[in-house]
Ligand binder design. Structure first.
Ligand code: HEC
Ligand code: HEC
Length: 332
């Protein structure tokens, strides 16, 4: 009899614990949905930026038109000109600008160039200076393409410039159209998880990007069919994608390629952060960043190399959680 009573008591306790767990779970889920709804509500509502069409454009003629077309090809097939077998010079890792700026920088939410001509020159904290379009392009040559800057006066640079100017021809000066640039992603309230990220990578990304993140060259080796995500041919640790928020935002709304869209992402927000943590925990080329952020009070929250003005660790600056860091910066 006595042991029977004890058993019932135990069963009651277990039931209570389980029910509490369930309630907690639902509350957390509700809270997250609430936070996401608030995030979405804060985004401007307008139709997304659409790039002009060269086909319909009857005003851009002669030399200008030739440069715009050449600029577009340089962005789409950069490797052909500047890769390891480049026809102009061999100064990059073999990636194309288009690998990260989809459809030659025209896809809505695909890290496009819709706000380049309208927003540059602009102040940038990383260099603590006013940067023009040429400087910004060379930043991606040196970091995202882990290569060398190209001559600002070269026909190639002037053509990429002409292309970006043409892309932005209908965007009012100073304005950033909806859907332009890198899409923002809501924060998560925990550290991004490398182990969970690896699982996502293996299940979803590996078929295209390779078991060692090495990507896959096309049969004649002139450019990547699937670009590398880490290793010696990938972007270096000073590149935009090495910041977790940039990687997560890009991947959430664009990967798997041609499957995920802004309206219908394939990863949850948490999965995007976790896979970002995994990929950016893998080895990649290093670039000296000792001269970056000369004014450290201007530093963004997810730069993974100190020194910092706050007391948070390099690990937290790299993997989060970021809310406290952002708060500390605001009250500084
Ligand atoms: C490995 C990915 C990657 C590659 C390859 C890459 N970029 Fe970028 N680029 C980025 C990211 C990420 C950003 C946004 C960084 C940020 O906002 O912090 C960016 C930003 C830019 C911007 C500024 C956009 C804006 O609206 O402020 C320009 C211009 C640019 N890239 C040009 C190029 C050019 C030209 C090439 C090829 C020579 C190139 N990029 C190759 C990842 C890449
Ligand atoms: C169906 C094949 C495919 C799958 C699956 C896929 N990608 Fe991609 N990914 C691509 C292609 C192709 C590009 C380059 C697009 C271009 O050049 O137009 C790309 C580009 C990228 C880039 C920018 C370029 C670079 O190499 O740094 C990142 C980052 C990326 N993918 C991450 C991911 C992640 C993370 C996943 C899994 C969640 C994933 N991709 C799944 C095909 C794929």
């Amino acid at each position: 009899m006595k042991s029977n009573g004890l058993f019932i008591l135990l069963a009651v306790i277990i039931t209570i614990v389980v029910i509490q767990g369930l309630i907690q779970g639902y509350q957390n889920k509700w809270l997250k949905e609430q936070q996401y709804a608030e995030f979405v509500a804060l985004q401007p509502i307008d139709s997304a930026w659409i790039a002009p069409s060269l086909y319909l454009d009857r005003e851009t003629l002669g030399k200008e038109r030739a440069m715009v077309m050449y600029g577009q090809d340089l962005v789409a097939h950069t490797s052909k000109y500047f890769g390891p077998n480049g026809s102009i010079s061999k100064i990059t890792n073999g990636m194309n600008c288009q690998n990260c700026h989809l459809d030659a920088g025209t896809r809505p939410w695909g890290n496009n160039y819709g706000a380049v001509y309208s927003k540059y020159p602009q102040y940038r904290g990383r260099s603590n200076s006013i940067q023009d379009i040429y400087g910004r392009i060379n930043d991606c040559f040196e970091r995202s393409l882990n290569g060398k800057a190209i001559d600002t006066n070269s026909y190639e640079m002037r053509s990429i410039y002409a292309y970006m100017k043409w892309l932005g021809k209908y965007v009012p000066k100073g304005k950033k159209p909806y859907g332009a640039g890198l899409p923002p992603i809501p924060l998560i309230d925990r550290e991004a998880n490398v182990i969970k990220g690896k699982e996502i990578y293996v299940n979803i990304c590996q078929t295209c990007h390779g078991d060692k993140g090495q990507g896959l060259l096309n049969p004649n080796g002139s450019e990547y069919l699937y670009p590398p995500l880490w290793g010696e041919h990938s972007y270096n640790d000073g590149a935009g994608l090495f910041r977790l928020s940039s990687f997560a935002g890009y991947v959430e709304y664009n990967m798997p390629f041609n499957v995920a869209t802004h309206a219908a992402p394939k990863l949850t927000i948490e999965e995007a952060w976790d896979v970002a943590a995994f990929v950016n925990s893998q080895p990649r080329p290093h670039i000296d960043q000792s001269k970056d952020w000369p004014d450290i009070t201007k530093e963004v929250f997810d730069v993974s190399f100190g020194p910092y003005t706050d007391h948070f660790s390099e690990r937290q600056h790299k993997y989060g959680p970021f809310q406290e860091i952002i708060k500390a910066h605001k009250t500084n």
